[in-house]
Design a protein around this ligand. Structure first.
Ligand code: TF8
Length: 344
């Protein structure tokens, strides 16, 4: 009877199980309920790793620390939830770094197109001292940044036409694609350079904007496209990998300050462990998601090196405009870390 309801049950990918929870139980320093909101839906790597984070806290505090998870932008978008952290009306959130550049401007380095050539390089960067100083730089903002994890390589999808070149984005005889971007100036510059009409918009409004034809397309990792059912309103995908976006797991400084130092240490450790798990399943999920999208009818265009190079060339003006702002030295440092992996 349940099957006849006609609700398509999404098949699940085969994901690694979370590592067993070990480590000592932390002493009794009172009970806290921690509310965590974020943008993606149940089933996303972000959601699954948040559950793991909750399990670690719960087990190692013998149930004194509990985490309530609110997915699907139900408490607000990335920007709004960070503001809620500052005022203390929400305990935790998990935005894209791109949404947080108004707090820590250095984070915009991650918005530069084609900066991180491989996941291995990206992960090395996320674990670097340079990345740790970006987390530390939140101090005093009302937000305690705990760890980076992976949103992933962003890919273009749209409802108008297959895209294999910047010309396909800009349109020759037809108008340029209207592409939703995050509310981030570097992303706006990227899509302007490609000849699109970039339209910044909160993620939670995106599905209906595409459904109603307000925008032609958007760009996000395959896993996000699938877990958000964008394939229902987007016929075409292109494997552009134009930006690698990290997530930042963060807590309200007010909540942090209320926690006993032993609880703080536990929260920090659980954040790192769940981020490591998220990074692992994010890759597994993303590969699977691309296949699933094709199975569900999305026409995905893979781009060869020459085609990617054409995109890279078209977005060069973004570096000219933004590198001085973000810091030439920081960019060089990140590129060097990335290159050290490529050379291995
Ligand atoms: C975006 C981001 C989002 C995430 C999440 C929904 O496109 O990539 O998918 O930050 O909060 O807005």
């Amino acid at each position: 009877a349940i099957l006849s309801l006609g609700i398509a049950q999404a098949q699940s990918p085969e994901l690694s199980a979370p590592p067993a929870i070990d480590g000592e139980v932390v002493g009794d320093h009172g009970s806290h309920t921690i509310r965590m909101g974020f943008g993606l839906s149940e089933g996303s790597p972000q959601y699954l790793s948040s559950r793991y984070f909750a399990d670690i806290l719960e087990q190692r505090s013998e149930g004194r620390l509990t985490v309530q998870v609110f997915p699907n932008s139900q408490l607000g978008d990335d920007v709004q939830m960070m503001e809620m952290l500052q005022t203390g009306t929400l305990d935790m959130t998990y935005p894209s770094s791109s949404a947080a550049t108004s707090y820590v401007s250095e984070l915009a380095v991650f918005d530069l197109p084609f900066l991180l050539p491989s996941r291995e390089a990206a992960i090395e960067v996320l674990q670097s001292e340079a990345a740790q100083s970006m987390l530390d730089a939140f101090e005093g903002s009302g937000i305690k940044a705990l760890t980076f994890s992976e949103n992933g390589y962003r890919q273009l999808s749209n409802s108008a036409r297959p895209v294999a070149s910047p010309e396909d984005v800009a349109g020759l005889d037809v108008r340029g694609l209207t592409v939703r971007t995050m509310e981030n100036p570097v992303h706006l510059a990227i899509w302007e350079a490609l000849g699109a009409n970039p339209t910044p918009m909160a993620f939670g409004e995106l599905f209906s904007a595409m459904e109603q034809g307000v925008v032609d397309g958007q760009e996000n990792p395959w896993s996000t496209i699938l877990t958000s059912n964008f394939q229902e309103v987007q016929d075409y995908g292109s494997e552009t990998r134009h930006v690698y976006t990290p997530f930042v797991m963060m807590m309200s400084e007010r909540t942090w300050d209320r926690l006993h130092p032993d609880y703080q240490a536990l929260v920090q450790e659980a954040a790192r462990q769940s981020a490591a798990y998220e990074i692992q399943i994010s890759a597994e999920y993303d590969d699977w998601a691309r296949e699933q999208l094709e199975e569900r009818g999305m026409q995905i265009t893979r781009l060869d090196d020459a085609q990617i190079a054409a995109f890279q060339e078209a977005v060069q003006p973004v570096y000219e405009e933004w590198a001085p702002e973000i810091g030439e030295e920081l960019i060089a440092e990140i590129q060097q870390i990335a290159a050290s992996v490529a050379d291995d």
